[in-house]
Design a protein around this ligand. Structure first.
Ligand code: C2O
Ligand code: CU
Length: 452
């Protein structure tokens, strides 16, 4: 019995003289996986889906894609051509950005670069999927507001060469006390719309749209592939569970599986794990974590209770095609430096002392492998994200990472210095920003030009 059901059992035993019935497990809502988007193209190497961004009937007002939150799971194989027909049913313009996916610049969904889709309008996104991994999609117009209102979903690119797991669990986390009332009825600055959220100490997390904890039931002997996304605007997720085994990060398989005690997912981060189910269930706990100082001493919060039916010996892990390889050497120079500064007190957040859109545009060439140093001189963490390209972590505060890490979103801790090698392979003017969406909205964004 996991800690959570044990606690419930104790509570139940305390308020009744009879043994608790029905089973205490029934009191925790079962985990519902987000429904997939149907593929409307019969061709084997093409996937076509329709997404409608719309208001839901909820109060306070929320948004959703196709009426579901998280949005439909878009699923394709690496090498496929993906077509997404977006209908904008919102009373405001919108776009879709394909977070972590290398797309042609015109498909990136950034309104400064290509016109947003007006209210009532339509746009068709179309691109080839070059890399496998767990990605996600969300608007990039009035991003803080529209993502917070519920517009986000998973985009999973499978590699058919990988052996299939016995089961799969998708976990999209969001922090539900970020939601603001009547998101599209109140202009910025209206007293009814609270000021930008800072601090990120979101207390209540949802799992696939439901308040945690939720319960998932598997069978002993199963190998389960678990994909996670932190879709929250400001909340960091520090997660722990017994037997934590990470197999992939933002950009597909790690060089080899890793077994840290705790995994931290910053806003925008994804990761994949393997659950090797044996004789006992376990609980995924969220450890308290503050933007302004990391781990805190408050109590852990259970988010997912894993129950094992038909206990059996734990299976051997899947033989996934881990790429191996050591981190690249960190050279003694930088091609680019981004200094992150600002404060909650001023509500102004800057890169190199500049506030978007009034920024200097640096440029690099396609195929180059420039070294970017990110210096955080502020008293807050910042998840750095850049569009259109992947990057490899070269060092964090001078030390190489413990394994070769290829990412599109990386947490930069307080006073930390993170050095990365960028892999620009698509020409365009790519956004680079903090993925704490209020920080991005307050100015912590810049542009990197990639010349053909
Ligand atoms: Cu997840 Cu610029 O975005
Ligand atoms: Cu930030």
């Amino acid at each position: 019995m996991s800690r959570w059901t044990w606690t419930l059992g104790l509570l139940a035993a305390g308020c009744t003289s009879r043994p608790a019935a029905p089973p205490v497990e029934a009191r925790v809502a079962p985990l519902a996986l987000p429904a997939p988007a149907p593929d409307l193209d019969p061709a084997p190497d093409a996937v076509r889906v329709r997404l409608t961004a719309e208001r839901t009937s909820e109060a306070p007002l929320r948004y959703a894609y196709n009426g579901q939150r998280p949005g439909p799971v878009i699923r394709a194989n690496v090498g496929d051509r993906l077509t997404v027909e977006l209908t904008n049913g919102l009373p405001a313009p919108t776009t879709i950005h394909w977070h972590g996916v290398q797309v042609p610049w015109a498909m990136d969904g950034v309104p400064w670069m290509s016109a947003p889709v007006p209210a009532g309008g339509q746009f068709t996104y179309e691109f080839n999927l070059l890399h496998p991994g767990t990605f996600w999609y969300h608007p990039h117009f009035d991003t803080e507001k529209q993502v917070d209102a519920g517009l986000y979903g998973l985009l999973i690119v499978d590699d058919p060469a990988e052996p299939a797991a016995d089961d799969e669990v998708l976990l999209v986390f969001d922090a539900d006390d970020e939601h603001r009332p009547a998101t599209d009825d109140l202009p910025d600055g209206d007293p009814g719309r609270p000021a930008h959220g800072h601090g990120g100490r979101a207390a209540h997390w949802t799992v696939n749209g439901e308040p945690g904890p939720v319960q998932w039931t598997g069978r002993g002997g199963q190998r389960v592939r678990v994909r996670m996304l932190n879709a929250s605007n400001t909340g960091y997720l520090a997660l722990t569970w017994p037997g934590l085994r990470q197999i992939a990060g933002d950009q597909g398989l790690l060089p080899a599986p890793q077994t840290p005690d705790v995994v931290v997912l910053a806003p925008g981060d994804r990761a994949e794990f393997e659950w090797l189910l044996g004789r006992e269930g376990f609980t995924l706990d969220r450890l308290p974590w503050s933007l302004n100082g990391g781990r805190t001493y408050a109590e852990a919060e259970p988010l997912v209770d894993v129950v094992v039916e038909a206990p059996a010996d734990a299976p051997a892990p899947l033989a996934l095609p881990y790429p191996g390889g050591a981190p690249s050497a960190d050279p003694p120079y930088s091609d680019l430096i981004y200094t992150f500064s600002g404060s909650d007190r001023t509500g102004i957040w800057l890169i190199n002392g500049e506030r978007f859109p009034d920024v200097t545009i640096d440029s690099v060439a396609v195929g180059q492998r420039p070294v970017l140093e990110i210096r955080n001189v502020s008293a807050s963490h910042h998840p750095f994200h850049i569009h259109g390209m992947r990057f490899e972590i070269l060092s964090i505060d001078g030390a190489p990472p413990p394994y070769r890490r290829v990412e599109d979103t990386i947490d930069v801790g307080i006073r930390q210095r993170v050095r990365v090698q960028l892999w620009p392979d698509e020409p365009g003017d790519w956004m680079a920003h903090c993925h704490l969406l209020p920080h991005a909205d307050d100015g912590m964004m810049t542009v990197l030009r990639v010349r053909p």
